[in-house]
Design a protein around this ligand. Structure first.
Ligand SMILES: [Zn+2]
Length: 125
């Protein structure tokens, strides 16, 4: 993923506008105590991260879609490749979104802000 692509911002925890400043304060999403700690503005370019009050309410829909995708992908893998039984397959595919919850939380917020804030190449002074 190269700089300038929204995927770079999503998977590298970077500001959607400049791709240089961090989005979440702690880089490891599995430090659960600091999982949701975000900067108010980008430390590099000053882009506000909360565009309006309750902005990340919409990220909930993205989170749902990502969770369903992970669940279905897990179901496809365990049923068609590993050919496990029905009960372990259902437990695995339903449990996988819980295992990935910290990542899903962060990806959904980053996807949501990337919908509204586009990358701008930094101008040279
Ligand atoms: Zn920035």
């Amino acid at each position: 993923m190269f700089k300038g692509s929204f995927l770079y911002s999503i998977f590298n925890n970077k500001c959607p506008r400049c791709h240089n400043g961090d989005f979440f304060i702690d880089h490891n999403p599995y430090h659960l105590r600091h999982m949701s700690g975000m900067y108010k503005v980008c430390p590099k370019c000053g882009q506000p991260y909360e565009l309006e009050p309750w902005f990340y309410y919409g990220a909930m829909y993205v989170s749902y879609a990502v969770s369903v995708f992970i669940s279905l992908a897990t179901a496809a893998i365990v049923f068609f490749i590993f050919k496990v039984g029905l009960l372990p397959g259902v437990i695995l595919s339903c449990g996988m979104p819980f295992l990935f919850y910290p990542l899903i939380f962060r990806w959904s917020r980053l996807i949501w802000i990337n919908v509204f804030v586009k990358y701008r190449k930094p101008t040279t002074p």
